[in-house]
Design a binder for this molecule. Structure first.
Ligand code: SF4
Length: 222
């Protein structure tokens, strides 16, 4: 896209600080059901589901977790079976060897350092083996204590298209978003972008003509 066009588009929609609230409100209206798609019944299950969702779809994880959570009810259960058995039980989520290693390491640390409970603080969550910042942010937000904004591929793409960030690095994108998005919205903001990204602002073919925020978007094609 030529630079002059981008500049013109930014001028047309106005500064991002003035757009962020209406964007959140309209996305909330357009996607009232936007929430985490992974199913879980307690904090340990939530952590496991988010860890398993790396490099695969939420649908895939939801197919595996009902039987998994029936068999592994507490952190000790993940350590009570040989690693190969856990590998088989999570095989369908892909990267099963690495995920088994991470799950076992995480469960061991939960037992030894956190009394078998999932910590709420992002700094503690990222100490768990195989738990990166995005996973920690998702878990903390779902447990009611968002301390950052989870940046996945949809959040990155939409934040860039909406002119909320020019960065490529997820950590820097998160920093830009934390400066812009009102703190009470940190938890639901990623879900709104994820659902909008899946349904409307699709990677290869954004449906700008059906978009509830096209007049607020510098990348709009309408
Ligand atoms: S107007 Fe188009 S590019 Fe902008 S958010 Fe909507 S679908 Fe995406």
């Amino acid at each position: 896209m030529p630079r002059s066009y981008v500049k013109e588009a930014r001028k047309r929609v106005g500064p991002k600080r003035a757009r962020i609230r209406p964007v959140i409100e309209r996305l909330q209206e357009a996607h009232p059901d936007a929430k985490i798609a992974l199913r879980s019944g307690d904090p340990v299950q939530l952590l496991v589901a988010v860890m398993l969702s790396a490099q695969t779809t939420d649908v895939n994880v939801n197919k595996v977790t009902p039987a998994l959570f029936e068999k592994y009810r507490k952190p000790e259960d993940y350590l009570a079976v040989p690693p190969e058995e856990l590998e088989r039980d999570i095989y369908a989520t892909g990267f099963f060897r690495q995920k088994t290693k991470s799950l076992r390491g995480t469960m061991k640390m939960l037992i030894e350092e956190f009394d078998g409970e999932v910590p709420r603080r992002v700094e503690e969550l990222v100490r768990l083996p195989g738990v990166a910042r995005k996973t920690a942010n998702v878990v903390a937000a779902e447990l009611g204590k968002p301390q950052g904004i989870a940046v996945d591929t949809h959040v990155r793409r939409l934040s860039q298209r909406l002119g909320f960030t020019r960065r490529e690095d997820p950590v820097k994108i998160e920093r830009d978003l934390m400066r812009l998005v009102p703190r009470p919205d940190w938890g639901r903001f990623p879900h709104l972008l994820i659902w909008h990204g899946r349904r409307v602002c699709i990677a290869r073919r954004p449906l700008c003509e059906d978009c509830a925020i096209s007049d607020l978007c510098p990348s709009s094609r309408v």
